[in-house]
Each structure stands twice: as C-alpha cells, then as structure tokens.
Design a protein around this ligand. Structure first.
Ligand code: TUI
Length: 312
C-alpha cells in the first residue's frame, strides 16, 4: 500500500487520489477518459453546453474507460444545470462535482441514484453546508485556481475545511507537481484536483495557441478579471485580459459592459485561440507548466515525486 491511498481512492475506486478540474468548454471525453484510464478521475465539463452534446460526451467517455469511474462537473450558474442534473441520473454517471453555487436542491435525487457528490467550495461555511446536505467529499478550491474563484488561498482554506469536516477533502488551486500533492496531504487533504497541468496534456483538445500561452506563461502571467461583476475569473495575462482588469479597476468598463465584452469569450479562447477577444482561463501555477505530455505521464510523474517526498 502506498502513502497516497486515501479515503478518496477508496470512495471513488481509483488508483491515484487525483481528479481533473471540470474546466468549462475544455474538459471533454478525450481528456476525461485519458485521466480515468491513467488511474485518476476524469471529468466532463457541463459548462453551458447543450444537453444532447453532453449526453454524447458521457457515452463516449463510458465507452472508452471500460467500467472505470468518471464524473461530470455541473456549473450551477449555467442555464443547463437543471437538465444536466437529471441527465447524470439518467445516464448513470458515477460521480458529480459542482461549481459556482450551492447544489443543495439536487443532492437528494443524486444520492438516491447512487451518485457520489463532490461540491467544489471556496469557504468553510459552504463546506459545512455541503457535508450536512450529504456530500461524499468536497473540493476546497483556493484562489490560485483558474476560472471562477473565491478569495481564500489553498494554503489557508484547505486545513480550515479539513478541521471543520468529517468527510474527506480534496485540495485544489496551485497544484501541478508532486510537491503540490505532498503539501496538500500535509494540510490534511486526501486528494487533489488539478486543472491547469492538464491544459498542457496531449489529450486536451484546446486550440494550440491556448496550450502555447500556458506553456510559455511565467509566474506573474495570470490575472483576475470580473471582480466588478462579482464573478472573478483567473486568466492568462493577454492584452485583452489586462485591458479588462484595468478598465474594471478605473471604471472605464462598467459591470454591464464587462458582461457584454466577455460574452462567448471562453469559446473564442478554447476553439479559436482568439487572442483579441478570448478568455484563456488558467491557474496561477501556469508558470510551472512547461511541457505538453500525455495525461498518463503527468499523473505518474506527479505521484512518483509525491511518493518520494512523502517517504523521506
Ligand atoms: O466553478 C468553478 N470554476 C469555473 S466555472 C467557470 S465558467 C464561468 N462562466 C462565466 C462566469 C463565471 C464562470 C469557469 N471556472 N470553480 C468552482 C467554484 N465554485 N469556485 C467558486 C465556487 C463557488 C462560489 C460560490 C461555489 C459555491 C458558491 O456558493 C455561493 C452560494 O450559493 O452560497
């Protein structure tokens, strides 16, 4: 038995306690099945995609993983959330993670269907509510993460959530190598969620320009936009994201204008690699991601490093 067998590997029936971030517009069947087949938990992102597309993604993933577990991330701010909450039941999806809201109203139906439910939370208060509502585990996501973020850092949030809950905690935000895994376990987490490192995986179907931005990013190359709208999002620093962040700060872009300008900007980044109008979401750890590799190699290298550190 290795030191990285935890309640998360047991709960999910996976080899390594790693789940892939449910990155909207990005996490589809190719990446999800690669992560699952490598011994982690791959996720399909619900994002705001049409239900028929997501049904197909679920079926393609199922066909590729030979009975191994995978999950779907439901972005609760999305207009498709209600329908997707039902689709995961109808399609027998084994694991659901949620983001950007409180999944309380779906919890009973998911539990009834035997789905393992893992809400992503940015605070201790929400973590406690999720445990009371019947969550199997939570992802405590620090502000270092890419995309929609809370305020607290991974280092501060994870141990406080661990202290407050009985159910296992998965750390997220700023984890891209074995040191991040070992540190997360030291903080009391029993698993990690990793997004940005998988952007630079061979199976991740984003535009080559997006991958290049991540691989070339250095430590100071992420920026948070959307603070003025109440939906802060961490992105790769580009001319576009810098202009948005400074416009919000000095008041030359109103929250309404911000919403208009960024409408469709995730798709423009992921599918078109559009540097003028795209939002290239990434975590603050992008500076440490320097090479595109198969997801299997990423996972095996991360855990080999973590095991070595933990055995010292
Ligand atoms: O959800 C994420 N990350 C995301 S979602 C996304 S797509 C998007 N599109 C447009 C605007 C905003 C996002 C890109 N990245 N991570 C999980 C996460 N959940 N981070 C923060 C939260 C969160 C926030 C508030 C979870 C619960 C919550 O609850 C509020 C309440 O209802 O009590």
């Amino acid at each position: 038995m290795t030191t990285t067998k935890t309640r998360i590997t047991e709960l999910l029936g996976i080899e390594y306690p790693i789940i892939q971030g449910g990155m909207a517009w990005i996490a589809e069947h190719t990446l999800a099945s690669a992560v699952t087949n490598a011994g982690g938990l791959g996720l399909i992102a619900g994002g705001s995609a049409p239900i028929d597309y997501l049904r197909e993604q679920i079926r393609l993933t199922k066909a590729a993983v030979d009975g191994k577990p995978f999950g779907v991330n439901i972005m609760l701010m999305s207009p498709n959330a209600e329908d997707l909450a039902q689709l995961v039941i109808d399609e027998g999806v084994p694991v659901v993670t949620t983001g950007a809201g409180n999944p309380g109203k779906y919890m009973a139906a998911w539990k009834e269907a035997g789905i393992k439910v893992i809400p992503v939370i940015p605070s201790v208060g929400l973590a406690k509510r999720m445990e009371r509502a019947g969550a199997d585990a939570v992802v405590a996501e620090g502000t270092e993460s890419g995309g929609h973020i809370g305020e607290n850092t991974t280092m501060c949030l994870v141990p406080q959530v661990v202290d407050a809950l009985e159910i296992p905690v998965i750390a997220a935000g700023g984890i891209a190598d074995g040191r991040g895994i070992a540190a997360s376990l030291m903080l009391g987490a029993e698993g990690v969620q990793v997004g940005t490192r998988f952007l630079a995986s061979e199976e991740c179907q984003i535009h080559p320009t997006y991958k290049e931005l991540v691989v070339k990013a250095k430590d100071t190359d992420s920026v948070v936009t959307g603070r003025s709208t109440g939906h802060p999002c961490r992105n790769v620093k580009t001319k576009f994201s810098k202009k948005l962040a400074s416009g919000e700060m000095n008041g030359t872009i109103t929250p309404d204008e911000f919403e208009q300008i960024t409408l469709g900007s995730l798709r423009k980044a992921v599918q078109d690699g559009n540097l003028e109008e795209g939002s290239f979401l990434c975590g603050a750890i992008a500076g440490m991601v320097n090479e595109v590799k198969p997801a299997k190699d990423i996972i095996e290298e991360m855990f080999a490093q973590a095991e070595e550190l933990l055995s010292k």
